[in-house]
Design a protein around this ligand. Structure first.
Ligand code: ZN
Ligand code: ZN
Length: 178
């Protein structure tokens, strides 16, 4: 959920355009994404931008406040859950009616995923990327909560290289005279 919002409103990479957004959503298994109109993707992009302040503040928020903000956004959606099974993906819940606009469907899916994450672990699994110059948020699903970086692989490799260099500098050069 966090990843989709990041890619569209991210702080360091150029924000995803309509085609890229379509690709991300297709990747994430939104079966209506390949045929979604440019207008509905544009609308969705606007909604993701609106969601960004909430996502960006998750690591700092208490559960009660995060829940209040998510609930506030959920009340604006026409949610009518049903179990669906199509395109060989297996049974899953559709939160919006089949007649819902694509952007409403995606917004509902993302918010419900976030709601579930909040119920499971509160806000404790949300963090800010450790890489210099990156403010992106990540969701830490690891058992020992060891995640430090957002999903952009450049953030971890860049930081690890810098840390390695710093270690090399602080290690005194060994005297090899015999
Ligand atoms: Zn479905
Ligand atoms: Zn990052």
């Amino acid at each position: 959920m966090v990843e989709v919002v990041n890619r569209v409103t991210g702080t360091k990479q150029a924000p995803a355009g309509i085609d890229e957004l379509r690709e991300i959503l297709t990747d994430k298994g939104f079966s209506r994404a390949p045929d979604a109109s440019a207008a509905s993707l544009q609308r969705l992009k606007g909604r993701l931008v609106d969601m960004n302040p909430l996502v960006a503040s998750l690591p700092r928020l208490e559960l009660a406040e995060a829940s209040r903000l998510v609930n506030e956004q959920l009340t604006e959606l026409d949610i009518a859950p049903s179990i669906a099974d199509h395109d060989g993906v297996g049974p899953h819940i559709h939160w919006t009616p089949a007649t819902a606009r694509f952007d409403d469907q995606v917004a509902a899916d993302l918010l419900m995923a976030l709601a579930q994450e909040l119920c499971d672990d509160g806000t404790s699994r949300f963090g800010v990327c450790d890489a210099e110059g990156c403010e992106d948020i990540f969701y830490d699903g690891t058992r020992n909560r060891s995640k430090r970086f957002c999903t952009d692989s450049r953030c971890s490799s860049r930081t690890h290289t810098a840390e390695h260099r710093a270690r090399m500098r602080s290690t005194p050069t060994r005297q090899t005279r015999t």
